[in-house]
Structure formats: structure tokens, C-alpha cells
Design a protein around this ligand. Structure first.
Ligand SMILES: [Zn+2]
Ligand SMILES: [Zn+2]
Length: 240
């Protein structure tokens, strides 16, 4: 059974206050990148921590995301190592020779957890819809989480006022996607002329066209430029 759910932002579990000039809880909630290019130390309560943990927090290091889950870590001495976070690997001797979870690995994990670095699979970029700098998926259209409609998200067609449910964002451009039935591209289809030609294409259905509670997968899909669809802050749960 399909039913409605609000998609307002949920409370964020992070407790950072931003009083030290660091990222705020709001930054974290929105995945807002923090400038981590300068070599710097972090300053938590380290009572009872082991030596590698203390060094991970207190030594000045500059971490640069490389993409693909890899991060370059430069120490104050100028030595550089590459951490592969998903694989739990580092190029330094402490890890390669001694097999330790070294200070570089720990530092990258700490900064990712503090939302000061993008998690694996994301890189800082400009969201093409809201224009904010966010941690965006490495692949697919440059859309932040707030601007990327999830499957089942309800949207309003700005041209007709119709209610639609998103099935997926294809990641293809409107001017490179052909609507087979119309023999034209999404960008050139009538009513779409006013939207960016390079808009990501969204597949959507009229969710109640066959009655309430019908699986979305049974409904005919239509393609739209993303900007034509306005989010309503609601989505259909159990949408398939
Ligand atoms: Zn290391
Ligand atoms: Zn956005």
C-alpha cells in the first residue's frame, strides 16, 4: 500500500557548534564542504586515547579528496601519503609494513565523520539547481541531496500544475535524450523550451492515473527537464 510521508530534514546527530569557526551542525546536515586544504590540527578531548589516535587528531595534516574513495594526506613535514578509505589502506610504512591502522587512515575517517571531507563516492561541487557548494555524487548529475528528487518524491509540473511522482533521475541531459513517441528531444519538446537544455532528465508518472495505491512501476513514464518539476516535500512510501 502506498502512502504519503513528509520529507522534511530530520534532526542531525552531530553536535559540533561551529563556535571554533569549524563547521556547524547546519553545515553537516547540508553536506556543506569545509575548507580542509590548510595543514591544521583538530582539538577534541583525547583523555585515554592511544598514541595513534592522539597523533591523528593533533598533528597538522592537510587532506585532499582525490575521488574514488582516495585521499591525499600531507603531514607538517611535507611527506605525503594516499589513503584508500573504503579499502582501509594507506601508502605509509606504518600501515604497509606494520599493518597498523595508521594516523593517516584515522585522520581521514575523523574528518569524513565530521563532514569536513566528502565521504567516498562524493566530491565538493556546485549544485546545478540551488547553486550551493555541496558534497555531490562523483557520478551522475551535479545535484545536492536536497535538490535531487528521490524515487517516489511528489512534484508539481510547473507548466500544468499536475501532480507527478518521480521514478528516477536518469543523469542524461535534456538535449541528448530523445522522447521516442514524439521524435524529438526532451529539451525540444513543447513546453520545455524555457528550461535549461542541459537539465538532467527526470522520469515521472502520474501516480493516481490508475487509482490510489497502484505500483508506480505499472504506470506510464514521462520524461521532464528537472527544473520543470517543483518539489512538494512529500513522497510516496513503498513506491516501486
Ligand atoms: Zn598512513
Ligand atoms: Zn541543490
Amino acid at each position: 500500500m502506498t502512502h504519503l510521508e513528509n520529507t522534511a530534514a530530520s534532526p542531525d546527530p552531530t553536535t559540533s557548534t561551529g563556535s571554533d569557526g569549524g563547521p556547524t551542525a547546519s553545515d553537516a546536515r547540508h553536506g556543506r564542504p569545509h575548507d580542509a586544504t590548510a595543514k591544521r590540527a583538530l582539538a577534541p578531548d583525547l583523555r585515554g586515547a592511544d598514541e595513534r589516535t592522539i597523533r591523528a587528531w593533533t598533528e597538522p595534516m592537510a587532506v585532499t579528496p582525490l575521488g574514488g574513495g582516495e585521499y591525499a594526506v600531507e603531514s607538517a613535514s611535507g611527506t605525503g601519503h594516499v589513503v584508500d578509505l573504503p579499502a582501509g589502506r594507506c601508502s605509509c610504512p606504518d600501515h604497509r609494513i606494520r599493518g597498523e591502522r595508521c594516523k593517516h587512515l584515522r585522520r581521514v575517517a575523523i574528518e569524513v565523520n565530521r563532514h569536513e571531507l566528502p565521504p567516498p563516492g562524493r566530491l565538493a561541487g556546485t549544485c546545478r539547481v540551488c547553486g550551493e557548494t555541496r558534497y555531490l555524487p562523483e557520478v551522475g548529475p551535479a545535484l545536492c541531496d536536497a535538490c535531487r528528487p528521490e524515487p517516489g518524491a511528489l512534484v508539481t509540473d510547473r507548466e500544468t500544475g499536475d501532480l507527478l511522482a518521480v521514478v528516477r533521475v536518469t543523469g542524461d541531459r535534456a538535449d541528448e535524450t530523445t522522447i521516442e513517441a514524439a521524435g524529438t528531444t526532451v529539451a525540444d519538446y513543447h513546453n520545455n523550451a524555457g528550461y535549461p537544455r542541459d537539465d538532467p532528465v527526470v522520469e515521472a508518472v502520474y501516480p493516481f492515473s490508475k487509482g490510489v495505491g497502484h505500483p508506480l512501476s505499472d504506470l506510464r513514464r514521462y520524461q521532464f527537464p528537472l527544473s520543470r518539476l517543483e518539489a512538494r516535500g512529500e513522497r510516496l512510501v513503498d513506491a516501486r
